[in-house]
Design a protein around this ligand. Structure first.
Ligand code: SAM
Length: 217
């Protein structure tokens, strides 16, 4: 059984690819990815000149393609990537990783951790919710990290503000890209500050009781 490499790729800025990720992607003959064209372009930018086999893996077809990828792994290495960031983090690959026998992670960019590291909110304890499920809550005394689309960002923040009026909310927009911005929302007119396009991470912190908005130093 050969190796399944789980390779993190940039979330916007190509310079964030690690030397190791680049080498593994250039050396590995089979690439499991979401959008084969997108990943093909990334490989081209990395200077790939050797023939590769791309296998598309998405949430809806993961069960079917697992067998195919496991067969490849019988005799050659496979690299798993997603369109951006770390595979499996709100992206496909979970079932494949469970099924594979030899896994080597190649760490790198992840929007959640990138946003947390620059948010100014407590980092000692945090909860990653990904895209919000139907039922959710913001637990006290830990920073909650949420992924959100530009279509739903206003609605979601309005909901957070109405449930936890004094919580601190930080938005990380277009991380690592030209228009990157990371800012804490004020308590008034905050809705006017939110762009209607681009990618967002929402970070929320509420104190021990819901009236306490700042962590105790
Ligand atoms: N696997 C990725 C990772 O490691 O971060 C996340 C993939 S998930 C399908 C996409 C979501 O991640 C976006 O909707 C957004 O919430 C967040 N995201 C990805 N790239 C981002 C960026 N450059 N700036 C802000 N948020 C980003």
């Amino acid at each position: 059984m050969q190796t399944l490499y789980v390779v993190a790729t940039p979330i916007g800025n190509l310079e964030d690819i690690s030397l190791r990720a680049k080498r593994i992607l250039l050396e590995t003959p089979v690439i499991a990815c979401e959008d084969t064209r997108h990943t093909g372009n990334l490989l081209k930018l990395l200077g790939n000149e050797s023939p590769k086999r791309y296998i598309s893996i998405r949430d809806f077809n993961e069960n079917q393609v697992i067998e195919k990828i496991l067969m490849e792994l019988e005799y050659q290495d496979v690299a798993l990537v997603s369109d951006a960031g770390t595979p499996l983090i709100s992206d496909p690959g979970f079932k494949l990783v469970r099924a594979a026998k030899k896994i080597v992670p190649i760490p790198g960019p992840c929007a959640a951790i990138t946003a947390l590291s620059a948010s100014g909110l407590p980092t000692n304890k945090f909860l990653f919710l990904g895209f919000l499920p139907k039922k959710w809550e913001i637990r006290p005394e830990e920073t909650t990290i949420i992924y959100e689309s530009p279509m739903r960002i206003l609605k979601t923040i309005t909901e957070i503000r109405s449930r936890y009026s004094k919580s601190r909310i930080v938005l990380a927009h277009e991380l690592t890209k030209i228009h990157e911005r990371i800012w804490e929302l004020g308590f008034e007119n905050w809705d006017l500050q939110i762009p209607n396009k681009g990618e967002f991470v929402i970070l929320v912190y509420r104190g021990a009781d819901s009236d306490q908005s700042y962590p105790q130093e």
